[in-house]
Design a protein around this ligand. Sequence first.
Ligand code: SAM
Length: 277
Amino acid sequence: MSDKPKRIGAVKQITSHSNPLVKEIKGLVSQRKHRTQSGLFVAEGLKLVTDALEAGWVVRYLALGPEARENPIAQKAAATAKAQGALILEVNTAVMSAMTRKDNPQMVVGVYEQKLHQLEDIDPGTSSVWIALDRVRDPGNLGTIIRTADAVGASGVILIDDCTDPFAVETVRATMGSLFHVPVVKTGATQFKGLLKRWPGTVAGTHLEGSVDYREPEYGEPVLLVMGNEQQGLSDEMAAACKTLIRIPQAGQADSLNLAVATGICLYEIRRPHLKL
Ligand code: SAM
């Protein structure tokens, strides 16, 4: 049994922008520093809020705007959150707008505890494919990759070195709820190269100068697919550490593909034998 004292859920009405909870949520929406220090993050909208609850993520606050108080799904989410010990905040549209820094805010906003995994948690023996991202910078790309990882049945996403925040509002939104189902690991380049060396299956780095067409290899699982930074691609060291460098052929004048698009193309090829309608 857990030693943590059971939290007691409650309901609180908030009408003032200067309420400390409004300020706290605003900080979580807009500042990475605030999210890192508190270990919390914000998910906006009914789908994300209910996905997180169903997947068992720990909820601290659930803010309900006027519309949510008439909505049966939002009401059910509030009852679940309250039973789990969350504080339910009943707010007006102006307060919801201030909290989320949006003119047209969602009807419901949840504040959850962050959950990251360790490199040591990765078990190649039970893995399909892990996607490793070398210094991904764009929240939309990261969210889209997490969503695509979920769609193909990947085992998880590894963030190497200084990456964009997986718990930023834009990233969470772009995952469309897949963040709550796909394990995310954060690590440094040195530790990751250790994993590369002992990886028992296929290691495929992606590179614009890769000599192997991405459709050629037999991707024996478990696969480690390594993707580069949006501006600089893979670091030279990381490229050298990958056993094979694959490339997606291109026609036309584009220098390269968008990172999330390239990841999706490779993932569908790697997982092709396992994906059936
Ligand atoms: N200027 C960067 C470079 O020279 O690598 C472009 C990086 S690209 C926008 C971002 C990442 O997407 C690359 O590091 C690679 O992982 C992947 N990527 C994009 N186009 C690709 C292609 N045609 N073949 C293989 N990977 C590609």
